[in-house]
Design a protein around this ligand. Structure first.
Ligand SMILES: C[S@@+](CC[C@H](N)C(=O)[O-])C[C@H]1O[C@@H](n2cnc3c(N)ncnc32)[C@H](O)[C@@H]1O
Length: 377
């Protein structure tokens, strides 16, 4: 059977990039039988990098139904051998996490860090109000303090009394049950409205749903509710299962319908349609973003020809056509005026020319008369 010791030897040999050591680890392990060896070799042959091999091994171990811990170790090796580390190396929270070798325990899925950064970076260094449900040993409260800075109000909540004792003295920790709406409301009244709520509590369906239903309406405008470890929605032991009614993920899918509430033949839900800006699904995390939304509407701009589309209301088209007709009439009137003006100018010019000619003729006549008199006289 593939066990921890056998796997460790193979992963170490992979990390050293030694094909001979990998083969020796497979051959020499007493724990492995021929079927195990075949499964491992097939997995390793399917990839051509050490990271790819570790990942393929993890897939094979997982498919064989071995305990999650073993595939987790394969995927962890794959990550550090190059299959992912480049994606998070620059992430500040991953930097904090990976450099932490002492102090309060912090246990995280690595792919959470970029999700935190994506949604939390805009709050960094600001006087934000943060609630984390699920304190455990206080390691994440330390991380949030480091990340958000001294101006942030950070509150932890846990059902376990010990959370208060183990958290750092400068952390506020309240004891209560996240399935108790009154407890959650009291936290918001005392320390809120929160800009960020992180649900890392019990991860059971009702815990996550009650927390979201109670706290989302109380979150500050522009804030977020981040629920982690939502993979429990797929786990038997948490009443989970793909598509199973009553799971937190199914509840979140309904919220996706609410975001699109204006496009359905039903009354608008003032909380879930008017203030839920987005539902973002990640592996094991769902982020609900709160933002007071204006009612959605479509508008078109551009050349008037584009406005003659079927979806425009007849009234709107009529209005535009009327304006166009008025503009055309005005233009025609101007042209008529111009034509009249041209005619008037021509008449005046002709009249002036005639007058000038008459005057010239008069002058010529009087000059001729005077000349005749002079000759006769
Ligand atoms: C996963 S741990 C929290 C880990 C911590 N956030 C960290 O990253 O270091 C979960 C915590 O949730 C607490 N918890 C479990 N059920 C709870 C409930 N119904 N209400 C509040 N907290 C609960 C547990 O006592 C435990 O300390």
């Amino acid at each position: 059977m593939i066990n921890e010791e056998a796997l460790k030897a193979i992963l170490l040999a992979l990390a050293e990039r030694s094909d001979d050591d990998v083969e020796r680890a497979i051959t020499n392990s007493d724990a492995l039988d021929d079927d195990d060896r075949k499964l491992i070799r097939t997995a390793l042959d399917s990839a051509d990098t050490a990271a790819g091999m570790a990942r393929a091994l993890g897939d094979a171990v997982r498919a064989a139904g071995n305990i999650d811990y073993l595939s987790n170790e394969c995927y962890r090796a794959a990550f550090y051998l190059g299959d992912g580390i480049a994606d998070v190396r620059e992430d500040p929270l991953f930097g904090f996490f990976s450099s932490k070798r002492t102090g309060r325990i912090l246990d995280k899925w690595i792919h959470y860090f970029p999700v935190y950064s994506e949604h939390f970076s805009r709050f960094r260094g600001r006087p934000v109000r943060i609630l984390e449900i699920g304190v455990y040993r206080g390691g994440s409260l330390d991380m949030w303090r480091w990340y958000f800075g001294p101006d942030a109000v950070i509150v932890g909540a846990d059902i376990d009394e010990r959370a208060r004792e183990v958290a750092a003295p400068d952390h506020v920790v309240e004891i209560g049950d996240q399935t108790d709406p009154e407890f959650l409301r009291s936290l918001s009244e005392k320390y809120g409205p929160f800009d960020i709520v992180i649900d890392d509590g019990g991860h059971e369906m009702q815990q996550q749903i009650v927390t979201a239903e109670t706290l989302f309406p109380l979150i500050a405008d522009g804030g977020v509710l981040l629920t982690e470890d939502c993979h429990t929605s797929y786990w038997e032991g948490y009443q989970g299962g793909r598509g199973r009614a009553g799971t937190f993920i199914e509840w979140c899918k309904e919220r996706a319908d609410d975001v699109n509430g204006y496009h359905q033949d039903r009354p608008i839900d003032r909380t879930w349609t008017d203030t839920l800006a987005s539902v973002a699904f990640y592996d094991s995390i769902v982020v609900l973003k709160k933002q007071q939304r204006f009612a959605p509407f479509a508008e078109q701009v551009g050349h008037a020809e584009f406005l003659l589309l079927p979806r425009l209301s007849a009234q709107y088209v009529t209005e535009l056509a009327a304006r166009r007709d008025a503009a055309v009439a005005e233009r025609d009137e101007l042209r008529r005026q111009q034509a009249l003006d041209r005619q008037t100018i021509a008449e005046l010019t002709a009249r002036a020319n005639a007058t000038a000619a008459e005057q010239v003729r008069g002058v010529a006549r009087s000059a001729a008369d005077r000349l005749g008199k002079l000759r006769r006289g």
